[in-house]
Design a protein around this ligand. Structure first.
Ligand SMILES: Nc1nc2c(ncn2[C@@H]2O[C@H](COP(=O)(O)OP(=O)(O)O)[C@@H](O)[C@H]2O)c(=O)[nH]1
Ligand SMILES: [Mg+2]
Length: 332
């Protein structure tokens, strides 16, 4: 959620773990952020110039973020190589995401990034909510529906973080989650259509909400950080027990479906070219795996030359020689 304190929370996590002498590896995935209060080890802004992307493609702010993420996703294999290397010396790797959830969660690149991470590392989604923006039961329910949609979309273990608890005590929100009756009481006086809808949603999703791991924190004061890490540890156990196998199976199925679709397309193409009694191309068996990787290399080359032609800086991730410092000159 934009402005809920994600970036401040990442900074707090870093400070908290630093105090416990547990090194963290920080990644900024927000191309549009002006200033980051921590020093990220990997920064999307080193690879993609968001303002230039908007200018060159004639895009607005959200389109610019999605396109920047898409360009970054084409380099994500290099990021993964770095992360795998650094994971040997770092207990936690924290990704700070762009503000609007739909931009990250529902974009193709957001999905690629999340799934790629989750297929290699125990991955946990922390959904940061501004507690002050939850005090009305109707907005609270709308926030929880967002949380629910992200949980279903990513299929990853989830921690709901009620931030800014220094401004508003978040206990009411934790109570509403765990006990439908207390939520129902809070909304009882409202008779609008939307309040009735919120009541019904609460009832339908009661089971989901009571299972949800939720914590109250303050990125500002550092309150609730131990609770947060307790929730993360429990989420990691869940990842290892349930999600890992499911993600690997899903991934395998998708690869198989894509391969057979590609083969069917090639077969149809070969048949079309043979029609009319004049054979242009001999139908041949489906492509073998080596042919597949040749095509991938070719498309990688096309993408690289496309990026060059757009004069987008894109080669900053090539060098990972520096010890624990993957930062580069920023194009801003
Ligand atoms: N009082 C208070 N303010 C906070 C807290 N966390 C973030 N903020 C403020 O909320 C605003 C948005 O924070 P930011 O981290 O940029 O949010 P993001 O857009 O989700 O990354 C900033 O003005 C922060 O100073 C908190 O725990 N307490
Ligand atoms: Mg931010």
């Amino acid at each position: 959620m934009a402005g809920s304190g994600k970036t401040s929370f990442v900074q707090r996590i870093h400070a908290h773990l630093h105090q416990k002498e547990r090194p963290t590896y920080l990644v900024n995935l927000d191309p549009a952020v002006y200033q980051v209060p921590f020093d990220p080890n990997i920064d999307i802004r080193d690879t993609v110039n968001y303002k230039e992307v908007m200018k060159q493609y004639g895009l607005g702010p959200n389109g610019g973020i999605v396109t920047s993420l898409n360009l970054f996703a084409t380099k994500f294999d290099q990021v993964m190589a770095l992360l795998e290397q650094r994971s040997q010396t770092h207990d936690y790797m924290i990704m700070d995401t762009p503000g609007q959830i739909e931009v990250f969660t529902w974009s193709a690149s957001g999905q690629i990034i999340t799934e790629t991470l989750a297929s290699t590392f125990p991955t946990v989604v922390a959904y940061v909510v501004d507690t002050a923006r939850c005090v009305s039961p109707v907005t609270f329910m709308s926030n929880m529906l967002y949380a629910c949609s992200i949980c279903y979309k990513t299929r990853l273990p989830f921690v709901l973080v009620f931030n800014k608890s220094d401004l508003v005590d978040a206990q009411f929100a934790l109570d509403w989650l765990k006990d439908y009756e207390s939520f129902n009481e809070a909304i009882a006086s409202e008779t609008t259509y939307i309040a009735t809808l919120a009541r019904s949603m609460g009832l339908v999703l009661e089971e989901f909400y009571t299972q949800l791991r939720a914590v109250a924190v303050s990125a500002f004061t550092g309150a609730g950080m131990d609770d947060f890490f307790e929730a993360v540890d429990a989420a990691v156990v869940e990842y290892n027990e349930e999600y890992k196998t499911m993600l690997q199976t899903l991934r395998q199925k998708r690869v198989e479906a894509e391969t057979s679709e590609r083969q069917a397309q090639l077969r149809r193409l070969a048949e079309d070219m043979q029609s009319g009694g004049h054979t242009i191309l001999n139908a041949r068996p489906p492509l073998d795996p080596s042919e597949d990787s040749r095509l991938e290399e070719e498309s990688g080359r096309i993408m690289a030359s496309f990026l060059r032609s757009q004069q987008l800086p894109h080669d900053d991730l090539d060098d990972d020689e520096e010890d624990d410092d993957d930062r580069h000159h920023r194009h801003r």
